[in-house]
Design a protein around this ligand. Structure first.
Ligand code: FES
Length: 486
């Protein structure tokens, strides 16, 4: 009996991003069957994976080691009812496999008896043929396949993954993610950068209603919002109150920039990070009961004591309550002056937003070039992190054209390059000859028609860059621009 694994689970098992596996499928180095990978194929295609040295094993060991740290344990393990349901399912799988083996055993015994029966009156030729068949069967049953240990270890890994996490597919968008620990479906979606509809996030408003199309879910938080009987019969649940027991398919709307309403909230200052006299990052924490819904690349208004400014968000929507905005110190910007001179941790600021449609095209699998002019790095940083959380692009190249403030998060960009196989960072020093720099960049891409380009800078910088990229073959519709001075 073959053991088939979904691609997303294979990606977890071999610690590779999904797009790397898709590339292997395209170039014929990994075979799939109806989108699934056979265990034998997995062992063949990844001979270097040490199945008994997997991160998931280490994680389980860590959890065991920290068994007395109750909070860690509570967060890392699934809800107890979900855990019980997953273990029951695993027990059922085991029972079914055992029943099948017992059945095969009886078939073999019957076959052996039948051979013996026929052999009694058999001619010497038939006797020889029966003897050969019997010897073949006995030899093969006794022989342990050479990769049996590997296969067993890989199956154990996969089973642990199935207990610790469940795979979710959102329809019709096709987004995929894993729910780990005691996260609800909504928490896991947001952690993975998938912008599902929601409101209160605690079971009151009903805005996170969605329909379960396949798989099993369990209620893990009580909710005041009352689902109608007809809704329950149709498989409708509240994403903020349910967790998956096994791999599930959910019908839910993924919000685009126009679907997310403008929100007002008061956030606490976590810290002010002054990169240099020209740029600072303001790290904010949204209230637990009112997180800010936004997409990577959008902007918010931030105000304190009547001083107000609109700034690019530099954080990822997957970062839970954390919001980062980067503040360039421009003459006459009173809010920026307040950030540099008198804002401290635990102060509160008012936040309104999000605004803007400079967001990722999540339907595009094309390789991406990010182009940041000076402080245009902020929305680009948000987009890059969002794309990483969604495992969106085949490859990502970042070109950062510095202004007087320099490459103030150069280390972060280099860390991305070190951590990701498909990320490439090219810093460009400040230059008076912008056209020369842009011409050199586009020359490096003779196949620009394959790319998406996201650029952030002043309207004048963007217009010049657009002319170079489109002139060199980038389709006009694959140019996405976010003006920092709009
Ligand atoms: S977000 Fe309000 S009920 Fe789920």
């Amino acid at each position: 009996m073959s053991h088939l694994l979904p691609l997303s689970r294979v990606a977890k098992l071999v610690a590779q991003p999904r797009h790397a596996l898709q590339e292997m499928i395209r170039n014929g180095t990994l075979a799939t069957f109806d989108g699934m990978v056979e265990l034998d194929e997995l062992l063949r295609a990844f001979p270097e994976v040490k199945w008994d040295d997997d991160a998931e094993f280490r994680r389980v060991t860590e959890i065991k080691d920290k068994a007395f740290a109750k909070r860690v344990l509570e967060r890392a393990l699934p809800d107890k009812e979900v855990l019980a349901a997953r273990l029951t399912e695993l027990g059922n799988d085991y029972a079914a496999a055992r029943a099948l083996l017992l059945h095969y055993g009886s078939v073999m015994t019957w076959l052996d008896e039948k051979i013996e029966e026929i052999d009694e009156d058999a001619s010497p030729e038939t006797h020889h043929a029966l003897h050969t068949v019997r010897a073949f069967l006995l030899r093969n049953l006794a022989e342990v396949p050479p990769d049996a240990e590997q296969a067993q270890a890989a199956i154990v890994q996969e089973r642990i993954l199935k207990i610790m996490s469940a795979h979710v597919t959102i329809q019709p968008s096709g987004h995929e993610f894993f729910v780990e620990g005691n996260d609800t479906l909504l928490e896991a979606a947001l952690r993975n950068g998938v912008s599902l509809n929601y409101g209160c996030s605690n079971g009151n408003c009903g805005e996170c209603k969605a329909r379960v199309l396949a798989g099993e879910v369990k209620k893990v938080h009580a909710h005041d919002y009352v689902l109608k009987d007809a809704e329950k019969d149709a498989g409708v649940i509240l994403l903020c109150a349910y967790a998956p027991v096994n791999d599930v398919v959910i019908e839910a709307n993924v919000a685009g920039a126009r679907d997310i309403p403008v929100q007002n909230l008061t956030a606490r200052v976590k810290s002010v990070e002054v990169f240099n006299p020209q740029v600072a990052a303001l790290h904010l924490l949204a209230p637990r009961s009112q997180r800010l819904r936004y997409l990577g690349g959008q902007r918010i208004d931030v105000s304190i004591d009547g001083m107000r400014g609109r700034y690019a968000i530099a954080s990822c929507p997957c970062e839970d309550r954390h919001i980062e905005v980067q503040i360039p110190r421009r003459p006459g910007d009173a809010f920026a002056e307040a950030v540099f001179s008198r804002l401290h941790a635990n102060d509160t600021v008012d936040v309104e937003g999000p605004y803007g449609e400079f967001v990722l095209d999540e339907d595009s699998p094309r390789p991406v070039i990010f182009l940041a002019f000076g402080a245009g790095f902020a929305p680009i940083k948000s987009l890059i992190q969002h794309a990483m959380s969604l495992e969106l692009a085949e490859s990502m190249d970042l070109h950062w054209l510095a202004d007087a403030a320099g490459h103030y998060q150069d280390n972060l960009c280099r860390a991305w390059t070190d951590a990701l196989d498909n990320f490439n960072y090219v810093p460009h020093a400040q230059s008076d000859d912008l056209d020369r720099v842009l011409a050199a960049i586009v020359t490096d891409y003779p196949d620009l028609h394959r790319f998406d380009v996201y650029a952030a800078g002043t309207a004048a910088q963007l217009e010049r860059a657009r002319a170079h990229f489109v002139g060199q073959g980038l389709p006009e519709v694959r140019w996405f621009a976010g003006a920092t001075d709009a």
